[in-house]
Ligand binder design. Structure first.
Ligand code: OAD
Length: 255
């Protein structure tokens, strides 16, 4: 059961190979790979647009080329980026904790680039396109003067990501619901916790009796989590990993 406020060592004690852990990541984990987050200030070209206006079916219908170009710009940033030690530690956790569920709101594919094999990409992927009419999949194609069209039905191609006002895949939500209902420890890394349904996962896990942890450079969820670790996601994950390694070595050695 939820044991109330704990400290970092208390968390390490809870992280056993049998522990059912759910990790939810957001844009903050990729910030240290050079990918801009959504709600930190945007520079230059795109600073005049709100992400909500670009990441929506209405925005695409109004100005498909503008939206496509925004995703092409973000995708180029992603292609230049490398996973950081935060992504790498979570990839190692897949081996370390056989009951880990890694859910990401990010569409950048950096968890997979770091070696994670079982990632739930709840908001889709920026590396794929689908068509507007039938959701036929397509690999990425650059836009010319207009957005590219589907080879099968000639409707416009758009990024395979979830936009504001769109439903998440029902099967994905069911998988997440099952993981949250059973989890012992829930850790949210680098997410502002403002966009639903992901924003509700922490409370769902807490109600299911999980220990809840937030890793964020800001004081996010301070009043409702068991442990807030404030700082850089990669530094905190490295610190947790080295404490965990030390404790495991201590348990292995005689005496
Ligand atoms: P946000 O941009 O809303 O929040 C990023 C969070 O990461 C903030 O709370 C920052 O304080 C934190 N952060 C930034 N750098 C960090 C670092 N180095 N270490 C730790 N924390 C750091 O991004 P998300 O919460 O991921 O949805 O946004 C959620 C969703 O809103 C996105 O998936 C996207 C967006 O609209 C869709 O596109 C559907």
């Amino acid at each position: 059961m939820n044991s109330g406020k704990i400290d970092e060592q208390g968390l390490i004690q809870q992280l056993l190979p049998s522990t059912r852990i759910v990790v939810l990541t957001g844009a903050g984990i990729s910030a240290e790979s050079g990918i801009p987050t959504f709600r930190d200030a945007q520079d230059g070209l795109w600073s005049q647009f709100r992400p909500e206006d670009l990441a929506s079916p209405e925005g695409f219908r109004k100005n498909p080329k503008l939206v496509f170009d925004w995703y092409a710009w973000r995708r180029n940033k992603v292609l230049e980026a490398r996973p950081n030690s935060g992504h790498q530690i979570l990839a190692a956790w897949e081996q370390q904790f056989p009951h880990l569920t890694l859910i990401t709101q990010n569409v950048d594919g950096l968890h997979q680039a770091a070696g994670s094999q079982q990632v739930i990409e709840m908001h889709g992927s920026i590396h794929r396109l689908v068509c507007m009419r039938q959701r036929h999949p397509s690999p990425w194609v650059e836009a010319a003067d207009t957005v590219p069209l589907c080879a099968l039905c000639a409707s416009q191609l758009r990024p395979d990501v979830v936009w504001f006002g769109e439903m998440l895949d029902r099967g994905i939500l069911q998988r997440i619901g099952r993981a949250l209902a059973q989890c012992d420890v829930f850790i949210a890394v680098g997410t502002s916790g403002l966009v639903y349904p992901a924003a509700g996962f922490l409370d769902e896990a807490r109600h299911a009796g999980a220990l809840t942890v937030v890793i964020n450079k800001e004081k996010v969820g301070e009043d409702r989590v068991d442990l807030l670790l404030q700082g850089s996601a990669s530094e905190i994950l490295q610190r947790l990993q080295s404490s965990w390694n030390q404790r495991s070595q201590g348990m292995d050695s005689p005496g």
